[in-house]
Design a protein around this ligand. Structure first.
Ligand code: P1T
Length: 379
């Protein structure tokens, strides 16, 4: 089955009770049992819910994985992965990543005895330099948030195998439309479904996809034991969003290219971060592992002054200033004070994140209107 057909059909079956073509919202906390243990596979909605089951199957199918697990947020999905570890274990993570992930790693799990190495992963030698027998997890985000660095997933999988660690890939920016990490050797694929997968800025959710039955069992145990599961209405919204993922992503990519090219030739713009440029430092890897280059773009104005960046952000009309990304509408953000404020300034600077960096999530409006908005805001 090809991608568009999968986006519409995979994992989703007409409702067995009524024939409803769209998955109903099973708004129930529990299920009747005829006799203790004699039920239809559903006991309690933290453990299983039919709307969630269909979403989990759909996400797994899109990623060429066997099992999907849905969570109440992207952070709850990441939290579930880290709970596989024990004190003394070590994690190698990219040093340029979503601020909330950095916060979870350093503020919640480091004090519990898990050691994190944050390294620039577009250079695999930097990963090998800290890898060892205690390494149990390699955490990749690609392209990274917000600097759009691209990490070679197949190369990271080789290092993970060498040291017997799991490789997890946060695929939030790419979605399975652009890249399928399991095909490249990843053990776990993670999503903030809140973004492109749901696609309409109307719900917060997360997911994991795995192939291995035993790993699925361990994660599924944690999902139920810790309880960060989503409600059926949210699952329904993501199921609906997935049906147009391919169409939306295609337009995000087209508009992303138009915006990136406009910014690159603008006399007031110093630098544009977008993996589709052939002079992007990891363009060759991006071209190999991604099917297109996405709609996330960051840029810095000439002079690198925060006040100038804020003035532009205040003038945007269609690039609405708001946290989040991946919805149909274009959004703008100031990572240093918004999505990445929980990363200490010194650490941000070390990974190359300027306080004047502007991040754009290019939506699916008309590209001409988006470029007009950039022109009037940048001046
Ligand atoms: O917000 P939540 O659904 O919990 O997902 C967290 C998360 C995980 N991974 C990546 C790459 C992310 O971008 C996010 C959330 N990011 C934002 C809210 C943002 O504006 O960057």
């Amino acid at each position: 089955m090809k991608f568009a057909t999968k986006a519409i059909h995979a994992g989703v079956h007409p409702d067995p009770a009524t024939g409803a073509i769209m998955t109903p919202i099973y708004q129930t906390s529990t299920y009747v049992q005829r006799s203790p243990g004699d039920h239809k596979g559903f006991e309690y909605s933290r453990t299983h819910n039919p709307t969630r089951s269909q979403l989990q199957a759909a996400v797994a199918a899109l990623d060429n994985g066997k099992h999907g697990l849905a969570f109440a947020s992207g952070m709850a999905a990441i939290d579930c992965v880290v709970k596989l570890l024990q004190p003394g274990d070590e994690v190698i993570s990219t040093n340029d990543l979503y601020g909330g992930t950095y916060r979870l790693f350093t503020k919640v799990y480091e004090p519990l005895g898990i050691k994190f190495h944050f390294v620039p992963m577009h250079n695999m030698d930097a990963v090998r330099a800290v890898a060892g027998p205690k390494t149990k997890l390699i955490w990749v985000e690609t392209p990274t948030n917000p600097l759009l660095n691209v990490i070679d997933i197949a190369a990271a999988a080789t290092v993970a195998k060498e040291c017997g660690a799991l490789l997890a890939v946060d695929n939030t920016f790419s979605t399975p439309y652009l890249q399928t990490p399991i095909d490249l050797g990843a053990d776990i694929v993670m999503y903030s479904l809140t973004k492109y997968m749901a696609g309409h800025s109307d719900t917060v959710m997360g997911a994991l996809v795995v192939n291995d039955d035993e790993l699925h069992q361990r994660l599924s145990f944690l999902q139920n034991a810790c309880g960060g599961t989503p409600g059926p209405q949210d699952c329904f919204l993501v199921l609906r969003g997935l049906k147009t993922l391919h169409l939306r992503m295609q337009r995000h990519c087209e508009n992303g290219r138009a915006v990136a090219e406009y910014l690159r030739q603008h006399p007031k713009v110093e630098k544009v971060y977008w993996p589709g440029f052939d002079n992007h430092p990891n363009h060759a890897v991006a071209a190999r592992q991604m099917r297109d280059f996405g709609g996330m773009i960051s840029f810095v104005l000439k002079g690198d002054r925060q006040a100038d960046a804020i003035a532009v952000l205040e003038k945007f009309q269609y690039f609405t200033l708001a946290e989040s990304l991946g919805g149909v509408e274009s959004l703008s953000g100031h990572p240093a004070s918004m999505t990445h404020a929980s990363i200490p300034a010194e650490q941000r600077r070390k990974s190359g994140l300027s306080d004047s960096l502007i991040r754009l999530s290019v939506g699916i409006e008309d590209a001409e209107d988006l470029i007009e908005d950039l022109a009037q805001a940048i001046g």
